[in-house]
Design a binder for this molecule. Structure first.
Ligand SMILES: [Mg+2]
Length: 386
């Protein structure tokens, strides 16, 4: 019989906020919010668990966050530092397997099937990763282990923060069955409501429902949803050697319709992605906005530049244009917004423009100055106008 796959999902707890606490131990146990300036329409990028108790969550306008939690310590985003630590976390992963699929700065899937002989069992690997992250970087990760990505990610979320959950093949149905149907990828509030109206709340009820009824709700997605409900998922851990894209996305705790708030969120995402491009000496040819409506319909809208770039202003101009076009045609309440840059190449890989635009050169100098100052004082010490 073929060896079952062993997947580890690692998700750092309140990553940006935890890094700030690590760098400044006086903050530990306090309500820490990382994000933009409340006076400049900034948004929350991360909140410590202490701050979350007050209802603060990421992508919330900062002004609202400080109203909910007036004693919170608000800190600017220090992307350079988070990227640095993310690389160190990645280096720990690499000791255990080359099969790593990073999802974001603070989250990754690892396929450790091929590493078992070297390290013993998968639980040992998961524990060791968690331990090394804690000992070497002072940060807390939640780890989920299972035979596939869907269950591994579910596992890492079941006991957050500081979680360590293993879902075995024998166990999986017992773990899944009592959970709500929203745990299944692709089951959003609208589908959830439709299921509830026919008495289906849990994964067990879903799995046992007559297929004719489910067909009406899920259409051609039914087989996929049922596979997940049985804990089956055959997607591989994709470990491209080079990142194919750099992106930033946020799921909102409550759906957002307000155009200005969405633009604020988008601007902070563009700034983060642009800086990560520059930190990695990369330029992007294509930008993509990911928009998920309140009914979980997800669309992407892209734009391609004539020349690859990592200039914040150029990326922002492109992102804003794509956003406004979308907003004019098909606006709606969003539960997720994301910005990604792809078509990546090394800064000096492509042909340089023969006659660089003076405006472009000026912007590059400006970005450099921004990065330097932000490296020292944090992102929002300087903020561009929209
Ligand atoms: Mg996380």
């Amino acid at each position: 019989m073929a060896q079952d796959r062993q997947i580890v999902h690692v998700d750092m707890d309140a990553f940006y906020a935890s890094v700030e606490e690590f760098d400044n131990p006086g903050l530990v146990g306090k309500a820490v919010i990382v994000g933009g300036d409340p006076k400049q329409r900034g948004v929350v990028s991360a909140a410590s668990y202490e701050a979350r108790k007050f209802g603060v969550h990421s992508a919330m306008p900062m002004s609202q966050a400080v109203r909910l939690c007036p004693d919170a310590i608000v800190l600017p985003v220090r992307m350079k530092r988070y990227v640095e630590l993310s690389k160190q976390i990645h280096a720990i992963f690499q000791k255990f397997t080359p099969q790593i699929e990073p999802i974001s700065l603070d989250e990754a899937f690892l396929d450790v099937t091929g590493s078992l002989r070297l390290f013993g069992c998968v639980e040992e690997i998961g524990k060791e990763i968690k331990k090394q992250i804690k000992e070497q970087l002072g940060l807390v990760a939640s780890v989920g282990i299972a035979a596939n990505k869907f269950l591994a990610k579910l596992a890492s979320d079941l006991d957050k923060p500081d979680g360590f959950v293993v879902i075995t093949e024998q166990d999986k149905q017992r773990v899944l069955d009592p959970l709500g149907v929203s745990r299944i990828w692709g089951v959003g509030p609208v589908t959830q409501k439709a299921l509830k109206s026919i008495g289906i709340d849990t994964i067990k009820q879903l799995r046992e429902a007559p297929t004719e009824i489910l067909q009406g709700i899920f259409g051609d997605q039914m087989a996929h949803v049922l596979r997940l409900a049985h804990g089956a998922d055959d997607r591989e851990v994709e470990s491209g050697r080079e990142a194919k894209s750099i992106s930033s996305e946020q799921t909102f705790a409550t759906d957002i319709t307000d155009k200005d708030i969405l633009l604020d969120v988008l601007l902070s995402q563009v700034e983060d992605v642009a800086q990560r491009l520059r930190l990695n000496d990369l330029e992007a040819k294509t930008i993509t906005l990911k928009l998920r409506y309140d009914d979980f319909r997800t669309i992407t809208r892209s734009n391609t530049f004539d020349h690859p770039t990592n200039v914040t202003k150029t990326l922002w101009r492109g992102a804003r244009e794509v956003f406004l076009k979308w907003h004019k045609k098909s606006p709606g309440a969003l539960r997720l917004l994301g910005f990604g840059a792809s078509g990546l190449q090394k800064t000096d890989a492509g042909q340089r423009q023969l006659f660089p635009e003076p405006e472009d050169e000026k912007q590059k100098r400006l970005d450099k100055a921004f990065d330097r100052i932000r490296g020292k004082f944090g992102r929002d010490i300087l903020r561009r106008g929209k």
